[in-house]
Structure formats: C-alpha cells, structure tokens
Write a protein that binds this ligand. Structure first.
Ligand SMILES: [Ca+2]
Length: 152
C-alpha cells in the first residue's frame, strides 16, 4: 500500500471515529436532558393524600415531586386555581423547611422549596405532615386527611 493511500485511510478512520463519537455524545445528551423534563397530569377528584398516592401508583406514577421552580410553575398552572396535593412527606415530628424534615414520595432529592411565609408551621402539631400547593404555587404543610385535587 502506498503512503498516500495509507494517509487517506487514516483520515477516513479518524473522521469515522469523530462521527461515531459525536453520535454517542448526542445520544447521551438526549437521555440526560430527558431526565430533566417532567410531565404532570392533573387529577381533579378531591381526595385525601393517601387516596391520591394510591391513584398515582395505579396509573404507574407518583404524586408530583417538585425539585425546581419550572416544575412548581408547571404544576401550579395545570391545577387551574385549585389547591393541590404534591408528594412532600414530613420525615418525623420535627419542623423546618429543609431536607432534615421533608422528603419526596418518589425519593427525589429535596433540593427546592416554595413555602409560603410562616410555613411549614405544623399548625395542629404532628398532624400537618404532607405538602399542598396553594392557588399561587406557594407550599403549605397540611393534614393528609384534607381532600384536595392532585398532580401526578
Ligand atoms: Ca401549615
């Protein structure tokens, strides 16, 4: 094989390598990006938190677990002005706004909050153990026995 042909083949190989590398990188980026896009569905029936959790599981999903302001706004918008249950659960009897006291029902990281001023207040002491969104998207801790709509 002459040198010129060898050089051309090397260039083609190098070119193919980068094309393949590019395709893999693009595919990985698509997968990574899709993890950040959440789709929510509004459940208009007014039920307790546990009833909504059960319904979500039957539909193959979870109550909405909100980890950024975009998701919070999306959930608020599809609720159309209704108070709505989301997947926030108080870990134990203590009270505070952060991950020491709260977790998401689908085990997502507790990394974002939108508590209304003065919340969570555990108003009825050891009873306000779930998270609901007010009409404006602010959060409140409330008793799981209240009947609201939900988003999954
Ligand atoms: Ca409260």
């Amino acid at each position: 094989m002459n040198t010129l042909l060898k050089l051309s083949l090397n260039k083609i190989n190098l070119f193919l390598f980068f094309v393949l590398f590019g395709l893999i990188a693009t595919a990985q980026e698509t997968i990574t990006r899709s993890e950040y896009i959440s789709f929510y569905r509004y459940i208009p029936e007014k039920m307790t938190w546990n009833e909504h959790k059960k319904r979500a599981a039957e539909m193959g999903g979870h109550l909405a677990c909100i980890t950024n302001s975009t998701d919070n706004e999306q959930v608020r918008r599809i609720a159309g002005g209704e108070i709505i249950w989301v997947g926030g659960i108080r870990k134990d009897c203590g009270n505070g706004p952060g991950s020491d006291y709260w977790k998401w029902s689908n085990k997502k990281k507790w990394s974002y909050t939108n508590w209304r001023a003065g919340e969570p207040n555990n108003y009825t002491k050891h009873d306000e153990n779930r998270v609901m969104l007010w009409e404006n998207g602010e959060w409140n801790d409330a008793s799981l026995f209240h009947e609201f709509t939900s988003s999954i």
